[in-house]
Design a protein around this ligand. Structure first.
Ligand SMILES: C[S@@+](CC[C@H](N)C(=O)[O-])C[C@H]1O[C@@H](n2cnc3c(N)ncnc32)[C@H](O)[C@@H]1O
Length: 246
């Protein structure tokens, strides 16, 4: 089952990213693409937040996105960027590289199958780019399980507020994080005008498991970057991997 973004989750996606002040993944994708001589496919290109700037720089990359709403946002904001509406499992093109940034890989049900699919779409000498996050806050209990907590808030352009509430459970033996989200649109007086709930299952990976998966599916790691190049301290939250066919 594809975990496509719809409704307020799609509409507010970029606003939440902007409010987050998170480190920017764009320079890493640029670095990766610089060494690729041929067309690349960006899987789960979403609103075009990262795809748009890459295309404007003249990099040879196009998008694939399963949510019609995200595709519409992308085409409106970044008309220069080509995006195909469709699911990764139905993709049949041949590419020099496949990019799966923004944690989309963790939404896939069967990572081994998807790595094999990626290998078959790039052929010999092909490359891939992945970014994966590790849910330390959920695993350590820093974020409380089975309980709604306020995750993010944004001020909307019309003075209303957007709130994201989250509840999660971790199934450690299966390396799964199950999240429920409640997107709440609030009026200026604080009343809830609209609420939309979504569910997401995210797979997380320990190093040994990733190593095993890459080996079995014909990939090797050519570069690893931690926390988008801003790693500080012991805990790594995000790992970005440049892969090549072994
Ligand atoms: C976590 S968001 C990341 C969006 C974008 N990469 C970014 O960083 O802004 C995941 C995106 O992948 C899309 N998606 C999920 N499963 C997909 C699939 N199987 N094929 C294509 N797109 C998919 C969702 O609709 C959503 O837009």
């Amino acid at each position: 089952m594809s975990q496509s973004y719809q409704g307020l989750e799609a509409e507010w996606h970029d606003l939440f990213w902007e409010a987050e002040e998170a480190a920017n993944e764009l320079p890493l994708i640029e670095e990766f693409l610089e060494s690729i001589g041929g067309p690349s496919l960006y899987v789960g290109s979403g609103s075009g937040r990262l795809l748009g700037p890459l295309v404007l720089e003249g990099l040879e990359v196009s998008g694939l996105e399963s949510s019609a709403e995200m595709v519409a946002l992308s085409r409106k904001r970044w008309p220069e960027a080509k995006v195909v509406e469709g699911a990764w499992k139905d993709e049949e093109g041949e590419w020099s590289a496949i990019l799966v940034p923004g944690f989309t890989f963790q939404l896939f049900e069967n990572p081994r199958l998807e790595l094999l699919r990626m290998a078959s779409r790039v052929g010999k000498g092909g490359r891939a780019y992945l970014s994966l996050f590790f849910p330390w806050a959920e695993l350590t209990g820093e974020l409380p399980p089975v309980k709604w907590y306020s995750d993010r808030e944004i001020e909307l352009p019309d003075g209303q507020r957007g709130e994201l509430w989250t509840k999660h459970v971790v199934i450690e033996r299966k390396s799964l994080l199950k999240r429920e989200h409640s997107y709440r649109l609030k009026g200026e007086d604080g009343t809830v005008i609209r609420e939309e709930k979504t569910k997401q299952t995210i797979r997380f990976f320990v190093d040994a498991e990733l190593e095993r998966l890459f080996k079995k599916t014909g990939w090797k790691v050519s570069k690893e970057i931690f926390d988008f190049g801003e790693h500080d301290g012991d805990t790594v939250y995000v790992t970005t991997l440049f892969l090549e066919r072994s």
